[in-house]
Design a protein around this ligand. Structure first.
Ligand code: DGJ
Length: 325
């Protein structure tokens, strides 16, 4: 009796104790071991009932000659199990000290069930500007490097991933001189099939979602690791024309100190939610970079990132609820 009373008192005093599976924007996000999730500049794919989250592994104490990509798995988008580092790569093309592997994104190849990873491959000056491609038999690795190339023979820095409702696979890449490209990948996912759009606007951290007959593209300005006001445009078709870019959050917040990496659409039995996935970079201590995930207000050509606060999602119904701090 004494214990029941104690538990009730605890829940009444600290309502958060009663709440599980809360997504807390900007806070440490522990995996099953209690370690802060390392999936920066990442992307998510869904396989059956599982979500797989891939990203830059920037844990303290890693071998600085190698580059790592992590993989996490979840059924509910809130609690994540670290599956391991699916890429442990040494400099694949003599790029030298400080070489770069950023923004990994994984696609599932229907023909043989393999997994194809794209990432930004570069030297420390960001002048190599190519995509790297790696392949794996399983979602949780190991991925082996196959090649690098310049999509459309253009310099490619930040990349983004978009999979349409019909399963077609697209890559977004930032081309400093021209803007950003949206390209359709070939069926084997190893090359570019065709260009869908070239949007004459600078856009890093590019992401796209297809929501109720409109495509929405978001991204940031080019300010290195420093946050800036992210923007969005919409279009009836991936081939454009795209609207003018508008703000996604109050300008003075610099997108609540974050930068877009993906928009994740969760289609449930009652509702469809689009989640903004952003990185809050900490360049002096990258292992401590945080994640800002929030359900977007989206529809009819409008897109808005609400003031971040803790929230929950029911992935079966697609419904979200805000949780009082
Ligand atoms: C901005 C990009 O979005 C990041 O992925 C990273 O490349 C930094 N620039 C490097 O300054």
């Amino acid at each position: 009796m004494k214990y029941i009373f104690l538990i009730i008192t605890l829940f009444l005093t600290f309502p958060c104790v009663a709440q599980k599976n809360i997504i807390k924007p900007g806070e440490i996000w522990p995996d099953q071991h209690g370690d802060h999730i390392q999936a920066h500049g990442g992307g998510i794919i869904k396989l059956g009932k599982y979500y797989y989250w891939y990203g830059e592994e920037r844990r303290k104490g890693l071998d600085t000659n190698l580059r790592f990509v992590s993989c996490y798995r979840s059924e509910n988008l809130a609690t994540w199990k670290f599956e391991g580092d699916v890429v442990k790569m040494s400099d694949p093309e003599q790029l030298g000290t400080g070489w770069v592997l950023e923004r990994p994104k994984v696609y599932h190849r229907k023909s043989d069930g393999k997994f194809v990873m794209y990432f930004h491959l570069d030297n420390k000056n960001y002048s190599y500007a190519r995509v790297g491609v790696a392949i794996s038999d399983k979602a949780n690795g190991d991925f082996k490097f196959i090649k690098s190339f310049r999509p459309l023979n253009r310099p490619s820095r930040d990349i983004g991933q978009f999979i349409d409702d019909d399963g077609s696979n697209y890559l977004i890449f930032e081309d400093r001189e021209l803007g950003f490209h949206i390209v359709k990948l070939s069926t084997d996912l190893l090359s570019v099939e065709k260009e869908m759009s070239l949007v004459n606007a600078p856009l890093e951290g590019g992401a796209i979602v297809h929501y109720k007959n409109l495509y929405y593209a978001i991204g940031s300005a080019l300010t290195g690791w420093a946050p800036n006001p992210n923007k969005f445009a919409s279009s009836k078709s991936l081939s454009g024309p795209w609207t003018k870019f508008g703000d996604i959050a109050p300008l003075e917040t610099n997108t609540y100190k974050s930068q877009s990496t993906m928009m994740l659409k969760v289609v449930g039995s009652r509702s469809t939610t689009v989640i903004f996935m952003g990185d809050q970079w900490n360049p002096a201590a990258q292992w401590d970079s945080r994640y800002l995930w929030m359900p977007l207000t989206i529809g009819n050509g409008k897109l808005w990132l609400p003031n971040p606060q803790p929230w929950k999602i029911n992935v079966r119904t697609g419904e979200t609820t805000l949780v009082k701090n």
